[in-house]
Ligand binder design. Structure first.
Ligand SMILES: [Zn+2]
Length: 503
């Protein structure tokens, strides 16, 4: 019965969400009203089991089935309803901020840990679903990549899309986007997630108002999003660098980076200025320096990184000096032209060249990475010259944002099923033509089928071969994004470009 579930949720919130027992009667009454329950539950419960829970899954499951069983809400609404209930059990935003600030004064990692744990415990981050994602590391000789197939990013169903269309006709300009601060507590609609259980922390970056929150999809440990207070488009400039450095001074245990500010080479949200950070060391950060660039300054080191795309690594203890150097490189890159290498910085007044900047701290030493990007398209590559080439689109066709550019691939959920079905063909000796009839969406994998044939794939080897193929494709995609290719001409041009910048 729902009244028992409500009682369990109160015990859970007392133990895990910081709900003061003094507020139990008040919160119980709100939940009873929300769930159309008239009598509370007073019998015995296994309280210690609830107190021992690491994630709320078992209670969420019970809540979901009772909400449906007792017809409190429609199946299409039940997820949003659960968010509303978990939001009601979570402390108010100002209380979360107050606790975060107290912990921050004690030890900064304690504050970021607190918010992360709260967001797992209140089901905003669905940790068990995240843990079911596939994750592996390649076995190259050097510069290994991390590959994940993300199953927790929800796919919209057709009913939702249809409803969204209807609601659009009414009004759906609020919140302006999924990053806006107005999402905190928002009930959601079919085309916009419910965020009743989201909590964000206000920050000051370079004297401006920003906010910190965690990503619900957790691509890596403590995957956070830092977004500007106002809904304004992304622009990479010297100001961006100042903000990034400001962030790692506040949270030195986190890296921070920005997606590029242009389509194709940027992230999926360009209309709201934001960064992504977290407590994680990416493959790119482990890469060796390849070439030292002479700089007339003992406080600053500049290298070309031994990495798949075109990355400049700056390090030193003087952050103003690094910010200044980055701004100079950025400005030079924005107008750099090399038709031989297909690098053209703009078409009329539409810019193509930008960067993906990333900053981290190692004690007193700052490390900054500038990945040079260009989003131009042409007849041969209508999706982008320095983007994943068409033969790799069955594996990944979305923009290669900063997480991938740093060597962690987030591949779409469909691949788990598709690659599994392809493996089955060899395991169960099925006839390819028949399988394709049943699963026409496998037709795009012609290149993979050719590879498996060439390698004489059998039931024993097919899975490993598919992994090898995916690994190689991801590496090739990163090479596609390199503006200066790893050949004589490309390397020489890269060196000449950086040497000509008056760092
Ligand atoms: Zn926004």
């Amino acid at each position: 019965m729902l009244n028992e579930t409500i009682e369990k949720l109160l015990v859970y919130a007392n133990a895990h969400l910081g709900l003061d027992e003094e507020d139990n009667t008040y919160t119980r009454n709100i939940l009873m009203d929300l769930c159309n329950v008239s009598e509370p539950f007073f019998d015995e419960m296994n309280i210690s089991a609830i107190r021992g829970l690491k994630v709320p899954d078992i209670l969420i499951q019970e809540l979901r089935s009772n909400l449906l069983l007792e017809n409190v809400c429609d199946p299409s609404n039940v997820d949003r309803f659960i968010v509303k209930i978990m939001g009601t059990l979570t402390p108010r935003p100002s209380e979360v901020t107050a606790k975060f600030k107290v912990l921050q004064r004690e030890k900064r990692a304690k504050a970021t840990d607190y918010l992360y744990d709260l967001q797992i415990k209140n089901n905003y981050i669905q940790k068990s679903a995240v843990d079911r994602n596939l994750h592996w590391v390649t076995d190259f000789d050097k510069n290994n990549l991390e590959i994940t197939i993300n199953l927790s990013k929800p796919e919209k169903d057709n009913k939702d899309i249809a409803r969204a269309k209807h609601e659009d006709l009414k009004d759906s300009k609020y919140p302006a986007c999924v990053l806006c601060k107005e999402n905190v507590g928002y009930a959601g609609r079919s085309d916009h997630p419910a965020r009743g259980n989201l909590r964000t922390i206000p920050l000051k970056l370079d004297t401006e108002a920003w906010h910190l929150q965690y990503s619900p999809y957790v691509y890596y440990n403590k995957h956070c999003i830092v977004f500007e207070d106002v809904h304004e488009p992304m622009i990479i400039s010297k100001r961006t660098m100042a903000r990034l450095f400001n962030f790692v001074d506040i949270f030195p245990h986190f890296f921070i980076g920005s997606n590029a500010d242009l389509p194709i080479v940027g992230g999926s949200i360009l209309n709201h200025e934001h960064f992504q950070g977290g407590e994680y060391e990416f493959p790119m950060m482990k890469a060796e320096n390849l070439v030292e660039i002479p700089v007339d300054d003992e406080e600053l080191e500049v290298h070309i990184l031994d990495w798949y795309n075109s990355t400049i690594h700056l390090s030193g203890t003087n952050k103003e000096r690094i910010i200044d150097a980055m701004a100079k490189i950025l400005n030079a890159w924005k107008i750099y032209e090399n038709k031989q290498l297909n690098i053209i910085p703009a078409t009329a007044d539409i810019p193509h060249s930008t960067i993906t900047p990333i900053v981290k701290r190692d004690g007193r030493v700052y490390h900054a990475y500038m990945i040079l990007r260009n989003n131009r398209t042409d007849e041969n590559y209508p999706d982008g010259i320095f983007h994943a080439h068409p033969e790799y689109h069955p594996i990944k066709k979305e923009g290669i944002g900063l997480i991938e550019a740093m060597g962690m691939f987030i591949l779409p959920a469909r691949l788990k099923r598709q690659l599994g079905e392809i493996a089955n063909i060899y395991k169960e000796e099925l006839v390819l033509g028949e399988v394709l009839q049943d699963h026409p969406d496998l037709e795009i994998f012609g290149e993979l089928f050719t590879f498996l044939e060439e390698e004489n794939a059998n039931e024993e080897t097919v899975e490993e071969l598919i992994t090898t193929y995916v690994n190689n494709v991801c590496r090739e995609i990163l090479k596609n994004t390199a503006v200066f290719k790893d050949d004589e001409e490309g390397s020489a041009a890269f060196l000449q470009f950086i040497n000509e910048v008056k760092i």
